[in-house]
Design a protein around this ligand. Structure first.
Ligand SMILES: NC(=O)c1ccc[n+]([C@@H]2O[C@H](COP(=O)([O-])OP(=O)(O)OC[C@H]3O[C@@H](n4cnc5c(N)ncnc54)[C@H](OP(=O)(O)O)[C@@H]3O)[C@@H](O)[C@H]2O)c1
Length: 275
């Protein structure tokens, strides 16, 4: 019976994590803390559908604001009534695309000098994870599972940077922030492995969300389910690793290509991605 905190739960993958966890029996999932800076209609509905067993709790949480993170940690601590927090999913993130280059990839434009959003993306995608992890670690030390999942992306893989599936997307600040998130994950993994923690930089796949767009391969529900398979793997196999999700029907190039459209560049086979 595990407790979970998910950041960025207002929509997209974060909301899908909450939905998936709420659908599981209370013998498996005890409390779900849905951290979000705004209580979206979708999240309100999900909380009210689960009113009866009082398992899903909205927690106001802006990961980029240290005061907000501290307040959220003390609220969660009270609600856990002396128990620890088992799983932290650092999911909240932002991504700036160069819209001119996105809509017209052949346009001649140097996007590195502008680097739209670099400071803001570091503040949310890297510092936000640091603030959240730091504040929730004491609660997690009291838990059984001790899993911290940092939702990363192949876009943060430096060795994949020139692959067409990564290089096409004009969002350098996001890619740099996810590479830094990966480095942060490894440093935590090294320091906390002897305390039984697993720090995992998991890629949930290309998802149909605001960040991923409607052209993406998978639904957020598929991404959440497949990510949880990895996150909840018993033991510390994934500590300090960068796994790709595994999704049935997407495990080979041929299977991926059979989905048509933009599909075919991404294979979801559960491999560890090269940093
Ligand atoms: N979609 C993909 O293809 C894809 C691929 C690989 C990795 N990922 C990763 O998956 C995760 C979820 O992204 P998504 O695809 O679900 O995108 P999304 O639909 O844009 O959702 C992003 C979430 O992050 C929240 N957020 C942003 N800044 C925040 C802050 N300062 N404090 C708290 N919450 C904040 C947003 O809340 P608001 O509603 O308040 O803005 C929203 O709930 C991200 O880490 C992303 O990098 C996505």
């Amino acid at each position: 019976m595990a407790s979970f905190l998910i950041t960025g739960a207002s929509k997209g993958l974060g909301l899908a994590f909450v939905k998936e966890l709420a659908s599981r029996p209370s013998s498996e999932v005890s409390k779900i803390f849905a951290g979000a800076r705004t209580n979206s209609d979708a999240l309100k509905e999900l909380c009210s559908q689960n009113d009866a067993d009082n398992r899903v709790h909205f927690v106001k949480l802006d990961v980029a604001n240290q005061e907000s993170v501290k307040e959220a940690a003390s609220e969660v601590e009270k609600k856990l009534e002396g128990k620890g927090l088992d799983v932290l999913i650092n999911n909240a993130a932002i991504c700036h695309y160069d819209m001119q280059k996105l809509t017209n990839p052949t346009v001649e434009k140097e996007i590195m000098r502008e680097m739209t959003g670099l400071e803001e993306e570091f503040q949310v995608n890297v510092m936000g994870v640091q603030y959240t992890t730091r504040e929730f670690l004491p609660l997690m030390e009291r838990s059984e599972l001790k899993k911290v999942a940092n939702i990363s992306s192949t876009f943060g893989s430096i060795s994949s940077a020139s692959d067409p599936a990564v290089a096409w997307s004009p969002c350098p600040a996001y890619k740099i922030s996810k590479a830094a998130l990966n480095a942060l994950t490894v440093q935590y993994a090294l320091e906390y492995q002897n305390k039984g923690f697993s720090f995992i930089a998991v890629c949930p796949g290309w998802l149909k969300t605001q960040i991923g767009s409607d052209l993406a391969d998978l639904t957020p529900e598929e991404g959440a389910k497949a990510s949880l398979e990895i996150i909840l793997t018993p033991g510390q196999e994934y500590n300090g690793k960068f796994p790709m999700v595994k999704v049935k029907g997407w495990e080979t190039k041929e299977e991926a290509a059979s989905h048509g459209g933009y599909a075919g560049n991404n294979v979801y086979d559960g491999r560890n991605i090269d940093w």
